[in-house]
Design a protein around this ligand. Structure first.
Ligand code: TYD
Ligand code: MG
Length: 456
């Protein structure tokens, strides 16, 4: 029997049950139910009575006051992902693997903003003040007027933030906070939800921008209930492949800007350096382009980014051929392989296929289909693409090459980086660009060109 007032809360989905069980009835996850004390939800109040209740006051779309000016933190890649600066009174949740550089990024943001006169606080529940200070000094931000504190008690933090008029507050991380109003331990669903709720309320009330660090689970989701993602105004992910210095800040949700924008950084000895021209970074411009490589002219957010697709097609040593892909969708790879087999006469049934996006970038655009197909065909036919050729285009199941968005910006960026040819959809021929455009409507024709090295 459950103790009086006890409730079992699923740590994965946040649903509450009166009895303990091995499996959550809400989401089906195993071993996720943890006993927590029942609390009345914030909205559960007595119905208002008497003459004081006036109900909702409506206003029109046109009455709205102009939005408050955004805080430009001075870290431009961060501001870009926010949609042009941090909005006062908003809450941002930043997730990322341990050690990817979340604390480093936010110290950089707070430090640069503080130097520009923004009142900043950095509250760490994971590190001592000396550690945070030491890191900021290594990053060359030792003189920035950021107020530091090491604290995990939500009550102390709220009191501290109410005493001083801050503009921007970093809380590292929400999993370390605990509120004495709840019995559950730090990091539990109840505590995380309560802490985020209180901080978001404070942010809205005082026009304070709050940036919260959230740990991620093994699957890459922010640990704690999904409701937390609904409570904040923006959710960002900080990503990086192990072994590469590049870090990418990506918006997953943003009430104040586009979510397809990315910020690119490079981790160095003195913190994160902003990468203003990502194309040059992801591209291996030195040396000959080998068979199996194709340069994709992509668009990430508002910026064109050139990146190399690398494929290796090799005889399979075992019965079942391997398909391994890094930086691209494996379902998409299966589709491109099927189209190459069915429409272009290439055979992959007894061959291992490896596909890799260079530099640790993750590509999700359909426009990358043709770049992947070109890399695969180039490896299978052992014929390199011209050194100065970029590729883009979407592939349909019928083997057609389709036009993609913003072809002129892709071509311009490629021209800027010294590329002189392009293989892509036929419609690209009309896009004004100083490149020699080889437009094809059918994938089989593009594969023939690669096989015969016919670039006339
Ligand atoms: P950190 O910001 O502590 O990661 P997180 O908060 O996401 O867990 O960054 C940790 C890593 O960053 C660590 O492996 C060291 C590296 N790093 C640098 O390479 N250069 C630097 O200047 C700093 C501050 C960190
Ligand atoms: Mg950290």
């Amino acid at each position: 029997m459950a103790r009086d007032g006890a409730v079992y809360v699923c740590q994965a989905c946040g649903s509450a049950q009166s009895k303990w069980g091995g499996q959550c009835a809400g989401c089906g996850a195993w071993n996720t139910l943890v006993e927590e004390t029942k609390v009345s939800p914030p909205g559960a109040m007595a119905p208002s009575r008497g003459a004081r209740a006036r109900g909702l006051a409506f206003s029109g779309l046109a009455d709205a006051a102009p939005p408050p000016a955004r805080i430009a933190t001075g870290v431009e890649e961060f501001d870009r992902v926010c949609g042009g600066g941090v909005v006062p009174g908003s809450a941002i949740l930043l997730g990322g693997d341990p050690g990817v550089g979340k604390s480093t990024l936010l110290m950089q943001v707070a430090g640069h903003a503080a130097r520009r006169g923004v009142a900043c606080a950095y509250i760490s529940g994971e590190e001592a003040v000396e550690q945070v200070r030491g890191r900021s000094q290594r990053m060359g931000l030792g003189d920035a007027p950021v107020k530091l504190a090491a604290e995990t008690s939500l009550r102390e933090i709220l009191d501290g933030l109410k005493r001083e008029p801050f503009d921007l507050v970093v809380i590292d991380s929400i999993q370390t906070l605990w509120s004495d109003a709840h019995e559950a331990g730090p990091g539990s669903v109840t505590q995380v939800r309560a802490a985020v709720g209180e901080l978001v309320r404070l942010a809205k009330k005082r026009g304070l921008a709050v940036i919260l660090v959230g740990h991620v689970t093994k699957e890459g989701a922010i640990a704690g209930p999904r409701v937390v993602e609904h409570m904040v105004d923006a959710v960002f992910a900080f990503e990086g492949e192990r072994g590469y210095p590049f870090r990418i800040l990506r918006g997953a949700k943003n009430r104040f800007g586009a979510t397809d924008e990315i910020g690119v950084f490079e981790m160095g000895d003195a913190g994160l350096a902003e990468v203003k021209n990502p194309s040059a970074l992801f591209l291996n411009t030195s040396g000959e382009r080998a068979a199996g490589a194709a340069v994709f002219a992509g668009i990430e957010g508002s910026r064109p980014v050139l990146v190399e697709f690398q494929a290796l097609v090799a005889p399979s040593a075992y019965g079942t051929p391997r398909r391994a892909v890094v930086g691209w969708d494996s379902g998409r790879l299966a589709m491109v392989l099927a189209v190459l087999e069915a429409r272009c006469g290439l055979r992959f049934g007894d061959r291992d296929v490896y596909l890799n996006v260079a530099g640790g970038l993750r590509i999700s655009e359909p426009a990358a289909d043709l770049a992947a197909a070109a890399a695969l065909a180039s490896s299978a036919l052992d014929e390199a693409l011209p050194q100065d050729c970029v590729v883009f285009g979407e592939i349909s199941l019928s083997g057609e090459i389709r036009a993609v968005s913003r072809m002129d910006s892709r071509l311009k960026e490629a021209a800027k980086l010294g590329f002189r040819r392009m293989l892509g959809p036929a419609d690209a021929e009309s896009a004004s660009a100083p490149l020699r455009v080889t437009g094809e409507t059918r994938l089989s024709e593009a594969v023939r060109r690669i096989g015969e090295a016919d670039w006339s």
